[in-house]
Design a protein around this ligand. Structure first.
Ligand SMILES: NC(=O)c1ccc[n+]([C@@H]2O[C@H](COP(=O)([O-])OP(=O)(O)OC[C@H]3O[C@@H](n4cnc5c(N)ncnc54)[C@H](OP(=O)(O)O)[C@@H]3O)[C@@H](O)[C@H]2O)c1
Length: 296
């Protein structure tokens, strides 16, 4: 049995539990390929996994638990460069993945960008679809500077949707650069947002009770999407949106990136050994775009 290096936890706990572990190198099954990972995106769901939460469809817990849901790398045997997604185990030198979960990486797209596109990008793309946004409509995005927020803002603008996005004071200029009308969250947020309405739809990509603000501004609750606060979405009758990840969606996103029409903001990169720092970064709950592990 060949071994490989990964970043994982021997027991659930805080970020500093994440360390280099030696685990069996996966052996691809029928219809699968083995990919040598070059970059793996990091997101809040990985932090939850590290702390003991398991996503739907995850394999039964077996320590060390290796988080990670998106990657880019090179297919063993063929040398093809790809971006892809799988449930868990992407913070590793190799992943085995169904061929239906990879897409060729265009030459001009760098590893960090390709490895950090799938999770936030596909969530944003799904949300845009579920909320049925049309050209000329106005979308409110809570947490517009984050991983998902950065993606939905750009995708909506590309579709001719007007986006009003909330962010911290430090991210106002950044949000304008993405094509949004920028509004600071915090005290007085509702009044500030009202000046930029009316709103046709909203996406809460922040949590922190932002749905309470959304329901004041969007009448139709089926057009208020929630990805961060499941409990509050149930209470308020808003639409919970789970990411519907598939090959076609990822291919469309990669094409947009290759054409220079969509950008992945990589705010920090870390090595596999530094995965604990990447988690601490995500756990601040603030920052632009994505955090990425560069592997090998
Ligand atoms: N349902 C799904 O399938 C799915 C998929 C992906 C993500 N998610 C969830 O969606 C959420 C966002 O994910 P992400 O990857 O985009 O996270 P992220 O990159 O950490 O972004 C979160 C953003 O929230 C903003 N924020 C912090 N406090 C805020 C407040 N009080 N009001 C408004 N905004 C605030 C921050 O903006 P500033 O930096 O400007 O402070 C930050 O940019 C997470 O809860 C994640 O677990 C769900």
């Amino acid at each position: 049995m060949e071994l490989m290096r990964a970043a994982g936890v021997a027991e659930f706990g805080a970020a500093d539990r994440l360390q280099i572990v030696e685990v069996p190198r996966p052996v691809p099954g029928p219809g699968e390929v083995l990919v040598r990972v070059r970059a793996a995106g990091v997101q809040p769901a990985d932090v939850a996994v590290r702390s003991g939460w398991l996503p739907p469809g995850a394999p039964p817990v077996e320590f060390p638990v290796v988080p990670g849901n998106e990657f880019a790398g090179v297919v063993e045997g063929t040398g093809q460069e790809v971006a892809g997604f799988r449930t868990m185990r992407c913070y590793a030198e190799y992943v085995a993945v169904p061929e239906t979960q990879i897409v060729p990486k265009p030459e001009g797209v760098d590893w960090a960008t390709a490895g950090a596109l799938s999770a936030s990008g596909q969530t944003a793309h799904t949300a845009l679809e579920r909320l049925g946004l049309q050209t000329g409509e106005t979308l409110l995005v809570h947490g517009a500077a984050g991983g998902v927020g950065t993606m939905i803002t750009q995708l909506a603008v590309l579709r001719g949707v007007r986006v009003v996005g909330t962010g911290s004071a430090a991210n106002q200029e950044y949000l304008r650069g993405l094509g949004a009308v920028a509004v600071e969250y915090g005290d007085g947020e509702l009044e500030r947002l009202r000046r930029h309405g009316p709103f046709d739809a909203a996406l809460d990509a922040a949590g922190h009770g932002s749905l309470h603000t959304s329901i004041e501004l969007v009448t139709d609750r089926t057009r208020i999407g929630a990805i961060a606060d499941w409990q509050l979405a149930q209470e308020l009758g808003c639409r919970w949106i789970g990411s519907d990840r598939n090959q076609a969606r990822l291919a469309e996103l990669l094409d947009l990136v290759a054409a220079g029409r969509l950008a992945v903001t990589v705010r920090a990169t870390y090595t596999l050994e530094e995965a604990f720092k990447a988690h601490a970064d995500i756990e601040t709950g603030h920052g632009r775009g994505k955090v990425v592990l560069i592997v090998g």
